[in-house]
Design a protein around this ligand. Structure first.
Ligand code: GRF
Length: 219
């Protein structure tokens, strides 16, 4: 990995997690270089954030492709051409084709708003509420062909409160996501976190359980 490591980010929406990465870099907490921000939505707020930060952007419209695989293969080809060494899915709302993503396994992470392996897929806050869970949270994991199924690197947890509905729970979780993702990326950039033998290694040892976001970062 070069120094600083070259990162591409994919986002479909407002990009609050991208903003958190940019802010962490601006504070000197995240020594990475953003080489591309891509989206499947030309109107994504994340692309506006990237433009404002002078980061090259890419908007690919899936409607211009015959099928999912064709779109994903072109998307990954362009990400590769950007020189990216790592790929961060930060609010990217498409399911990626397993074959197209294979070359990126071990170099691609995703932030998902649930305590994986619970609630893979969509509507995670609602499902946690409906299940009557005491806790909810977010997970950062390596991406594999299995939807939200790759090895979990780190998690942030929060107690579900009596007044929580889907929107309030999502709003209370977001600030934790904004601390979790930069913290994981910083450990990847430093080499302390690695992908080895299809698993997560932390300080050269297999990580038996996900790191947990505490007061002072990941523990
Ligand atoms: C976040 O909750 C993230 O966990 C999920 O997409 C949501 C929106 O992310 N993957 P952002 O505000 O666009 O970064």
């Amino acid at each position: 990995m070069s120094s600083p490591p070259r990162i591409a980010v994919l986002a479909s929406g407002r990009g609050s997690n991208l903003a958190a990465l940019l802010d962490a870099r601006a504070r000197g907490e995240l020594p990475i270089e953003f080489v591309l921000v891509g989206s499947d939505k030309a109107g994504a707020g994340a692309l506006r954030l990237a433009e404002a930060a002078n980061i090259p952007t890419l908007a690919l419209d899936p409607r211009g492709y015959p099928d999912r695989r064709a779109f994903d293969l072109d998307l990954f080809a362009r990400i590769g051409a950007s020189g990216a060494e790592w790929l961060v899915l930060a609010g990217f709302m498409r399911i990626l084709d397993g074959e197209a993503l294979t070359p990126w396994v071990g170099r691609m992470i995703n932030i998902h708003p649930s305590l994986l392996p619970k609630y893979r897929g969509l509507h995670t806050h609602r499902r946690a509420l409906e299940a009557g869970d005491a806790e909810h949270g977010a997970s950062v994991h390596f991406v594999t062909a299995e939807l939200d199924g790759g090895p979990v690197i780190a998690q942030a947890r929060l107690a579900i409160q009596p007044g929580d509905d889907e929107q309030r729970l999502a709003q209370r979780l977001l600030p934790l996501e904004h601390r979790l993702l930069p913290a994981v990326l910083a450990l990847l950039a430093s080499g302390r976190l690695q992908w080895r033998a299809d698993a997560v290694q932390f300080d050269r040892r297999p990580l038996p359980t996900p790191l947990i976001l505490g007061e002072h970062g990941l523990e």
